[in-house]
Design a protein. Structure first.
Length: 317
């Protein structure tokens, strides 16, 4: 039987858990690195990351340094003498000194078809831009952001009905296979890494809180794509009569009515289901299917407006 390789795994969110789980089944995960516990909720009780939780439940050694500038942390990692470092959505930039520690290589599991969407939020940005395809890729890590050569890649089609959650979950489940194939081929010296193309580079910048408010200068397609990209997190919000409202789902609507004098974001009428119909910047219409008041619960729009006053001509901002 082939001996298990020594793996140091670095990751933090739910997205990383399937990769750690599958790698741990086949190889020897000698240490897990993750982000430290953070204050969470109204009581600001410290909450550990999903990777930290998995490590605890599976008796894996876990560490959560704030950075790798401490010589003690670097020396400890060297003493582990890992065959690979595998990183999936860790949240810390690793210096070159760390990347050089493994016997073989440091690998990153990235959720895009590189060089498109290097950076922090590749799933959000792919959906927001209406991409039709993405990928899960095992990349050799370099000090620069997501620039390394690709060892293995698997294309993932993006459905018109995908939201962040559905695409996130498919990519998360597909990632372990490409990482394990990369580990196996590299350890057997049977691989050829492909350098990234210098054209088509885009950057998936981190989500800014200001982005969760709808931009009424956008057309219908852009609004729809943004809603897909930001559902369920961080959500899409509008303001109406001073109240913050979250829009959960919309669909295109055809209305036999003259709405040429209405402005983007304005309610032009109500559907047969009593849901508000809103006009976009390109004079298309959408029906709001589900809506939520800040601090409230998600509701069908028809039920929501039974207890909340909306009128034709009202403007969402």
């Amino acid at each position: 039987m082939k001996s298990k390789l020594k793996i140091v795994f670095m990751g933090t969110p739910d997205f990383s858990v399937p990769s750690l789980k599958e790698i741990n089944k086949i190889h020897n995960v000698i240490r897990v690195y993750t982000q430290p516990p953070r204050p969470f909720g109204r009581g600001l009780k410290e909450k550990i990351s999903p990777i930290h939780k998995f490590a605890n439940e599976n008796n894996l050694d876990v560490s959560f340094p704030s950075n790798f500038r401490n010589n003690k942390e670097v020396d400890e990692l060297k003493e582990l003498n890992p065959d690979f470092i595998v990183v999936v959505a860790y949240g810390l930039i690793l210096p070159g000194l760390i990347l050089q520690i493994p016997k073989f290589l440091s690998l990153n599991g990235h959720a895009s078809k590189l060089p498109r969407w290097r950076g922090a939020a590749p799933i959000h940005r792919a959906l927001e831009e209406g991409d039709k395809i993405t990928a899960v890729e095992a990349m050799i890590m370099e000090e620069t952001l997501d620039t390394g050569s690709i060892v293995f890649s698997k294309d993932i089609l993006i459905s018109v009905n995908d939201t962040f959650k559905s695409l996130h979950d498919r990519l998360s489940k597909s990632m372990p296979k490409v990482l394990l194939k990369a580990i196996d081929s590299i350890s057997n010296n049977n691989f050829s890494a492909i350098q990234q193309n210098n054209s088509g580079i885009t950057y998936a910048k981190k989500i800014d809180p200001s982005e969760k408010f709808l931009n009424w200068k956008q057309n219908y397609t852009s609004i729809k794509n943004k809603l897909r990209a930001f559902t369920p997190w961080p959500g899409i919000w509008v303001t109406h009569n001073g109240n913050k409202l979250r829009i959960h789902s919309i669909n295109k609507y055809l209305f036999n009515k003259d709405y040429s004098n209405f402005k983007p974001g304005q309610i032009v009428g109500f559907s047969d289901r009593k849901s508000p119909i809103v006009i976009t910047n390109d004079y298309k219409l959408f029906e709001i299917n589900q809506i939520q008041r800040q601090g409230g619960i998600k509701m069908n729009s028809a039920e929501f407006i039974k207890g909340y006053n909306m009128q034709i001509g009202d403007i969402f901002k």
